[in-house]
Design a protein around this ligand. Structure first.
Ligand SMILES: [Mn+2]
Length: 424
């Protein structure tokens, strides 16, 4: 009998099915003579291994160090740099070499506009390594000095001079558990965001992750400050991150969007998703997103219409919703050519020249009260490019925030000095 390729596949499939239905005696041959969930539980053994809440170290990771033992000082940010100027690699590696704040009292006393927070979670992703994102960003200025003006050339605005920016340290994390960490992260982010530096004006937290499970506590913290349902999310990501559950877990880097909607913190209509591509979400999930009122801009739409047109829509939509905006930026939004250092790379993404202006413009042209940069996994990138792009995305955000505080909120403002050479 002549066996076609298709016929061969069919035969193999039938053979596999036959093997799957062989009687118990035949299963030994496959090594499946036992069932994995039927291990005997004998006296003294535990069917489910619980947490030992009586362990004295149970909450050690979230216990704040007693600062009263430190030398007495007035509240305010502390500059750790010794010299007036120095190359980046000679500086203490705080975020952008900015001073540190040890407590909310320091943020308040120094009227800190932006508090940058590290969050070393990576238990919520299959490909670990995002826990090293914060320190990679702290070390991501390789050239250039500190202590001098570094204006953003497109706008000639220097957020590090025009704003008070501080490194607020890292959020408390139980590195064994996403579930245990999220509530502590929420409290930590809230402790910064609730500080009022001028009447009606709060500290803006920028959270550097860490995996995307952070979106849940980060947005929740802002709803604690601004009210449930009052914070919209512009979510840049290759993936929609609205899975309901996986292997019984209700929070991971694939589920924060669903959690925020399920718990009523952010209505679906206040989600704007950008850069979705690859193989997920599936048809049913897209239908669910439409039912929730999501506004989404996939790479398919960007392929058809071009990024500039889509960028205008995103800005309009951000200003056609709740009063407060949070930007959640998964670094896998960028094409893997620019960010190989991430756990779920997806080809065909945005270029830096597309991503930078939309982040800057959202921060200048809409009321952004928080930003997160997540999923940077520097150990997956032996080069410097992933951290460099992460650094620049955060700078674009800070530049936009500085522009807004200076009143430069006109659509797509660029400096007349640098946009062209002045020839008529
Ligand atoms: Mn994500």
């Amino acid at each position: 009998m002549k066996l076609t390729f298709r016929g061969l596949i069919h035969s193999v499939t039938l053979a596999a099915l036959a093997l799957m239905t062989v009687p118990a005696a035949g299963q030994a041959m496959l090594g499946h003579e036992y069932e994995l969930d039927a291990a005997p539980i004998r006296e003294g053994e535990k069917a489910v291994i619980p947490l030992d809440t009586g362990d004295p170290s149970y909450n050690l990771w979230r216990e704040l160090r007693d600062l009263s033992e430190d030398p007495k000082r007035e509240p305010g940010i502390i500059n750790l740099q010794k010299y007036n100027f120095g190359f980046s690699y000679n500086a203490m590696p705080t975020f952008f070499h900015m001073p540190v704040a040890m407590s909310p009292a320091d943020l308040k006393a120094s009227k800190v506009d932006i508090a940058i927070i590290g969050a070393v979670t990576d238990m919520g992703t299959g490909m670990r390594g995002a826990a090293h994102g914060p320190n990679a960003v702290r070390n991501s200025n390789v050239y250039g000095g500190y202590g001098t003006r570094q204006p953003h050339l497109h706008t000639m605005v220097d957020p590090l001079q025009d704003l008070v920016v501080a490194d607020f340290g890292n959020a408390p994390i139980d590195i064994m558990s996403t579930e245990r960490s999220v509530h502590a992260i929420r409290s930590f982010v809230r402790s910064a965001a609730e500080v009022e530096i001028r009447p009606g004006e709060h500290v803006i937290p920028i959270i550097v992750g860490g995996d995307h499970s952070l979106m849940y506590p980060d947005v929740a913290a802002l709803t604690d400050v601004y009210g449930k349902g009052n914070v919209g999310v512009v979510h840049f990501d290759a993936h929609y991150d609205a899975g309901k559950y996986m292997t019984g877990h209700l929070i991971s880097h694939g589920m924060p969007v669903y959690r925020l909607i399920e718990e009523g913190l952010v209505p679906g209509k206040n989600f704007i998703q950008v850069a979705l591509r690859g193989y997920y979400p599936d048809e049913e999930s897209f239908k669910w997103m439409r039912k929730q009122g999501f506004r989404y801009h996939t790479m398919a739409e960007i392929e058809r219409r071009g990024f500039p047109a889509v960028m205008e829509d995103i800005i309009k939509e951000a200003n056609d919703g709740p009063e407060y905006i949070f930007i959640s930026f998964d670094i896998d939004t960028l094409d893997p050519a620019f960010v190989p250092g991430t756990g779920t790379p997806e080809p065909g993404g945005l270029t830096p020249r597309e991503a930078f202006p939309i982040v800057r413009r959202l921060c200048a042209e809409s009321n952004v009260v928080g930003f997160e940069l997540v999923e940077l996994a520097p150990m997956l990138d032996p080069t410097y490019v992933s951290a460099l792009n992460a650094n620049r995305l955060i700078r674009e955000c800070m530049t936009g925030i500085a522009m807004r505080k200076k009143g430069l909120t006109e659509p797509h403002y660029l400096s007349p000095l640098t946009e062209d050479d002045g020839r008529q």
